[in-house]
Design a protein around this ligand. Structure first.
Ligand code: COA
Length: 343
């Protein structure tokens, strides 16, 4: 990696109108270690394989009665408490998820009821692991346009409900959790979102999908027997696409703000595989101590991964007021997104 010295002086930054004024996250208490998978002889896997090929040591699985809306509501309560925002002040709730409680009504409506945000409009957004950053961009548009004052954006998943516990290629990778952020215009112009980039390529949709449960393969005995209601992934191909898309989304966001990796206090990448994160760090020339990693504790929580990491980083003091933060994600679709924010 090249020598990485901070640029001085920092370039003129574009105006910022929309800030994250509070974050919250929640992971279910049940810890599932790699040893639990190793203990199942039919999987033929080991803690060593999982750790060295992915970086994951353990993940959280929600209880049977704890659904995506419950995880979301708890993360939202924590974000509201931190921001000092009352439920009735929320104008809009967007939940990014690929594991809604059910196909309809939206998980956002269920969350609205659970947290008592009676005035809020609600919808779900589906962009897989890029979902939170997509939702952040959609939410910020409403605040920037003065349509709404207070927007609650959530990324939440109960992936344990869609992983095939007989498929060692995927079952060891994913976990459950939720993260939330509250968006407002702080009115000082010096904190907030600088840029968000979003992209997609539907050409590779088949490489990562859950085929069953939609209009193409509604639930039938046949579809259940064929295990169509579980996540399917061509890991090696997805890996290659992820590295390329994460790298270009990261560099695009930096270029739009005329920044380099040296200006960034902390990178918050989607937590899918440590080797994908390392490739991004190398590409944008940011040393490991400025990359946030919690993949070892939670695995891949899809849309929840970036907001859980953001909340942990903010609460633990890894991000300070004025710091520039780069968030980058990649997911099924394929989709990708990145965001630079001044904290
Ligand atoms: N335990 C032990 N062996 C395993 C295993 C497991 N849990 N999972 C797969 N293997 C085996 C494979 O069957 C394969 O065996 P073979 O060579 O006999 O066929 C071997 O390990 C190598 O598999 P390969 O797919 O080449 O491994 P990899 O180094 O690419 O790592 C992933 C596999 C899934 C960890 C990796 O491809 C990956 O992270 N992909 C992207 C995942 C991702 O980011 N998904 C979400 C996008 S948001």
């Amino acid at each position: 990696m090249k020598k990485n010295t901070p640029r001085s002086p920092r370039p003129q930054l574009p105006p910022r109108t929309v800030s994250i004024v509070g974050t919250g996250s929640y992971v279910p208490p049940r810890v599932v270690t790699n040893a639990e998978f190793e203990a199942r002889p039919e999987l033929q896997t080991t803690d060593e394989w999982i750790r060295t090929r992915t970086g994951i040591r353990e993940r959280r699985f929600a209880a049977e009665k704890e659904n995506t809306s419950d995880l979301s509501a708890e993360a939202a309560r924590r974000a509201m408490a931190q921001a000092g925002v009352k439920p009735e002040e929320i104008d809009l709730i967007i939940v990014a998820t690929i594991t809604p409680d059910m196909p309809f009504p939206s998980t956002a409506c269920l969350v609205q009821h659970k947290i008592g945000a009676k005035r809020a409009a609600c919808f779900d957004l589906e962009a897989a692991c890029s979902g939170f950053l997509y939702a952040l961009e959609v939410g910020q548009q409403f605040v920037a346009a003065h349509t709404y004052n207070t927007v609650l954006v959530i990324g939440a998943e109960k992936l344990s409900s869609v992983i095939d516990m007989q498929d060692r290629n995927t079952c060891v990778l994913f976990g459950d959790g939720a993260g939330a952020a509250i968006l407002r215009n702080r009115g000082d112009g010096s904190h907030g979102i600088l840029t968000t980039c979003m992209g997609a390529n539907g050409e590779h949709a088949d490489l990562l999908k859950m085929p069953g449960g939609g209009s193409k393969h509604p639930a039938t005995h046949k579809s259940v027997d064929a295990r169509l209601h579980f996540l399917k992934m061509a890991g090696k191909e997805v890996f290659k696409q992820a590295v390329t898309a994460m790298n270009s989304a990261g560099t695009e966001a930096l270029a739009r703000c005329q920044l380099t990796g040296a200006d960034i206090a902390l990178v918050i990448p989607h937590q899918a595989n440590l080797r994908i994160i390392d490739a991004l760090a190398k590409r944008i020339e940011v040393p490991a101590d400025r990359i946030y990693v919690n993949l070892d504790r939670y695995g891949n929580t899809s849309a929840a991964s970036v907001p859980i990491a953001l909340d942990e980083a903010a609460r633990s003091g890894r991000i300070k007021s004025g710091d520039l933060v780069l968030m980058v994600a990649f997911g099924a679709g394929f989709t990708w997104a990145s965001c630079v924010i001044q904290w």
